[in-house]
Design a protein around this ligand. Sequence first.
Ligand code: PRP
Ligand code: URA
Length: 209
Amino acid sequence: MSTLHVLDHPLITHKLTIMRKKDTGSKDFRELLDEIALLMGYEVTRDLPLEEVEIETPICRTKAKMLAGKKLGIVPILRAGLGMVDALRTLVPAARVGHIGLYRDPETLEPVEYYCKLPNDAQERLIIVCDPMLATGGSACAAIDFLKQRGCTNIRLMCLLGAPVGIERVQKEHPDVDIYIAAVDDHLNDHGYIVPGLGDAGDRIFGTK
Ligand code: PRP
Ligand code: URA
């Protein structure tokens, strides 16, 4: 079974509460998501491997540690996942970014794929799939399936908000994928929206409603 990491640091929780408010506008919503993704990124990358290197400080030669091997692959699920990419790239500038385009069919709530472009060495990288919302879990599971079909074996999922049913689905279908999330809400409504949630993340990021 994968591990569910609930990153309920007070700064994250405070910022998330502002995002939830319906009167928070698109600019503030985007900025808060970026700030939270930066804070979450610190935990998501906590166990990245290090290697010893020899460097010269202004004082002497010494051994020190740096990140080892190929850096991250960041894979946002379009559209809303885009709002978490810049923060992760700030933390790991050498990361490569892939994109998976999925939208939820409003009737069936099933994910429909419309785009995929991954780094050509994605299989050799730790992949962080990011999407603010984990509702039924359909989109996250489809994206992870997609990555596994292309040979990726080291995958983490980073979300802002989740519903218990979506978390359980990802853990059941992908027991090897750890989930990093800022909060777990109560349930889904009849339209598949997280309750209490924050509404439609993509629309709030991009101002499309
Ligand atoms: C939202 C969200 C997730 C998905 C979550 O995207 O960003 O990708 O729904 O729902 P699920 O867990 O039930 O699959 P949406 O389909 O609204 O597309 P958008 O990001 O383009 O707005
Ligand atoms: N997608 C969203 O953007 N919000 C939800 O509450 C559920 C899915």
